[in-house]
Design a protein around this ligand. Structure first.
Ligand SMILES: [Zn+2]
Length: 185
């Protein structure tokens, strides 16, 4: 079969040919729902307490199903992360401060053993994070009337994330924002 591109390569593109076909909206985020049944509530608790889960470095979001709606109507919007809080001065390396930062991120799950929140030079807090929003990198902080600063977060067991927009639903190559920027980002 004749390759028209080869034969006509010396000709410039017509206006018609130069019009781009935009396929960026064809990219669909994968959605796969797996239903698992547990015979003991204790096992369910163990699995849920083990969040964050991932498979092949892709985030796995869990939810409890009470059979009141269709499985495909379930919304998977959040997961728990252990978030490390870095940049705190020694005087603020305490549970109270960690809970304040946790509250600013989402719903905090306070562990039975508070020592789990102490990381040595940083604090840790377990927070339910909205996975539909970009992950927060940190927070501005006011220490007192005269001074402010920046505290940064590290997410333990962080799966793939898009470093263009901060979302967990896709990786860098599939980012609509990056694709629409046409490489100018
Ligand atoms: Zn992105």
């Amino acid at each position: 079969m004749e390759d028209l591109g080869q034969s006509w390569k010396k000709l410039s593109l017509s206006e018609e040919e130069d019009r781009k076909v935009d396929l960026t909206s064809n990219k669909k985020e994968g959605k796969c729902v797996l239903v698992a049944k547990f015979s003991m509530n204790l096992d369910v608790e163990k699995v849920l307490m083990g969040e964050t889960w991932s498979f092949d470095r892709h985030l796995v979001v869990l939810g409890q199903y009470d059979r009141s709606i269709e499985v495909n109507e379930l919304k998977f919007r959040s997961t728990f992360f252990w978030v490390q809080i870095h940049g705190l001065p020694y005087s603020h390396l305490n549970v109270e401060t960690a809970l304040k930062f946790g509250d600013s991120l989402g719903v905090v799950s306070k562990p039975k053993d508070i020592s789990e929140m102490k990381g040595g030079t940083f604090m840790r807090v377990r927070v339910e994070v909205d996975v539909m929003k970009p992950l927060c990198r940190g927070r501005h902080v006011t220490w007192d009337e005269a001074s402010e600063g920046w505290i940064y977060f590290k997410y333990e067991r962080l799966p793939n994330i898009c470093y263009w927009c901060g979302h967990l639903s896709h990786n860098d190559k599939d980012c609509i924002i990056w694709l629409q920027s046409k490489g100018s980002m």
